[in-house]
Design a binder for this molecule. Structure first.
Ligand code: URP
Ligand code: ZN
Ligand code: ZN
Length: 463
């Protein structure tokens, strides 16, 4: 057999296995896995000695080019996907927003045009539903057939995104009928709004009050309600950006009862805490996102959740706003700070470093959390999320020993600060391929805007 590219001498790590073998690529697919694959005629040989060869990362929670809080997230589909590729992510699932009065199809079309011609890696969409009269329920199944098989609903942001329980319940029932799944932003938006108004009335307007007005109980209550609604609807549910132990306990309890309940957390909740909100001046605005940062002790609980499968995925919730001019919109009032933080670039390194290098879980579990579980839960497996003959050649040659200090001065996201500034990670992607083409090599982007394709996702089939 003749290969276009052979990755030699590496250690292949999937969620299930670890083995020393070469990977032969023909076109955009993995064509063979074996020892000493023939290299005659191959146009590219990659020496992966001392490296892990892992399936490309899948980030199932990003917000590129998203209008939010009176401004637009700073990375578009070109800069955001380039930054993702630098970090070893080769597929992302972004959120197409249906605004009130619009069809779901309008949301999908609008986000397709944002991505087309720009994305350097493959992409797919969830649809955020903000307006769901009964007459629109049918549109959900039409979208599932187009490959948009998951829908994000909000229990927070009253008046903007929040849906009532009846609508959430109907959407869950409808999604379950067609093999779709609801992703839930679980915070009790009504109670939070009251607490926020009280804080403002008392003159508490600094960024740290964003965190102090969104208690963990509000997240746990909504998580528990989302699970109860899904149970009644006979539907699976996926809790997004879970930030605290209180909510984690609700997920764990439901999973122990055998319910199809899944949850992700994000690196910011694993590495940052309420202490960051004490940064001087307006600096804490860098950490204004939702749910907010929690007391430090929650971090270890989340790491344990990842190790023990109470949490299944690490995504980023990448929603970047520059400190200058964007975060500064809320200088005098924390409620005007656009909510979101940048993270698309460092997910693999942060999870590997804190998870594997720190001895909390195995390299296989790392692959499961950043690639395989996302692919399985979101209808992309086995095309994505593993290394197997016939799967897409989305591959990362990962250096488990290389150290890097995260900094805005070296990152590729189009944002003027890093949430993880100064954090040292061990474990960094050295070379990244997207569908057989090298996109990152020698710390340079060598791919092409527009090379990424839309992925029509399959149905939820469990994990
Ligand atoms: O603060 C956040 N998380 N911004 C993005 C929108 C969301 O709720 O995921
Ligand atoms: Zn959310
Ligand atoms: Zn989000």
């Amino acid at each position: 057999m003749r290969f276009d590219t052979v990755i030699q001498n590496g250690t292949i790590v999937t969620a299930a296995d670890t083995c020393a073998a070469d990977v032969g690529i023909v076109g955009d697919k993995v064509a063979a896995i074996g020892s000493r694959l023939p290299v005659d005629g191959a146009s590219k040989l990659i020496d992966a000695a001392g490296h892990y060869v892992i399936p490309g990362g899948i980030d199932v929670h990003t917000h590129l080019d998203m209008p939010f809080g009176g401004t637009t997230s700073a990375d578009d589909f070109e800069s955001g996907t380039i930054a993702a590729a630098f970090g070893g992510t080769t597929t992302l699932i972004d959120f197409a927003i249906q605004y009130k009065g619009q069809t779901l199809r309008t949301a999908f079309d609008s986000w397709m045009s944002k991505a087309s011609g720009k994305a350097v890696i493959d992409y797919a969409f969830h649809c955020i539903i903000t307006d769901l009269p009964d007459a629109r329920l049918e549109e959900m199944s039409a979208l599932v057939r187009e490959g948009v098989s998951t829908f994000k609903l909000f229990m927070a942001y009253p008046g903007v995104f929040m849906l009532d329980d009846a609508t959430i319940f109907k959407a869950m029932s409808q999604a379950a009928k067609f093999g779709g799944m609801i992703c839930m932003h679980s915070e009790n938006g009504g109670a939070i709004d009251v607490i926020v108004q009280r804080a403002l009335a008392e003159g508490k307007k600094a960024p740290k009050y964003h965190a102090l007005t969104r208690p963990t109980t509000a997240e746990a209550e909504a998580t528990s309600r989302a699970i109860a609604l899904a149970e009644m609807a006979g539907a699976p549910v996926y809790i997004v950006h879970l930030s605290c132990n209180d909510a984690l306990e609700k997920v764990r309890e439901a999973r122990d009862r055998g319910l199809p309940v899944f949850a992700e957390t994000c690196p910011q909740y694993l590495y940052l805490s309420l202490e960051n909100m004490d940064a001087p001046g307006f600096e804490a605005a860098k950490y204004v996102f939702t749910p907010p940062l929690r007391e430090k002790w929650h971090q270890e609980k989340l790491w344990q959740g990842l190790a023990q499968d109470a949490l299944q995925v690490v995504s980023t919730d990448h929603c970047p706003f520059c400190f200058k001019e964007q975060k500064e919109m809320g200088k005098d009032d924390f409620t005007k700070i656009p909510n979101g933080g940048p993270g698309i670039e460092h997910r693999l390194s942060l999870v590997y470093s804190g998870g594997v290098h720190a001895g909390r879980f195995s390299p296989n579990r790392f692959v499961q959390l950043v690639s395989t579980a996302p692919a399985k839960l979101f209808g992309l497996y086995p095309r994505k999320g593993t290394i197997a003959v016939g799967s897409d050649a989305d591959l990362v040659v990962f250096n488990p020993k290389r150290e890097e200090i995260i900094s805005a001065s070296t990152h590729h996201m189009k944002v003027d600060y890093s949430m993880f500034e100064g954090i040292k990670v061990t474990g960094v992607p050295d070379l990244v391929l997207s569908r057989g083409n090298v996109v990152i090599e020698n710390n340079k982007f060598v791919g092409r805007p527009g090379a990424g394709s839309f992925l029509r996702r399959g149905l939820f089939t469990g994990l």
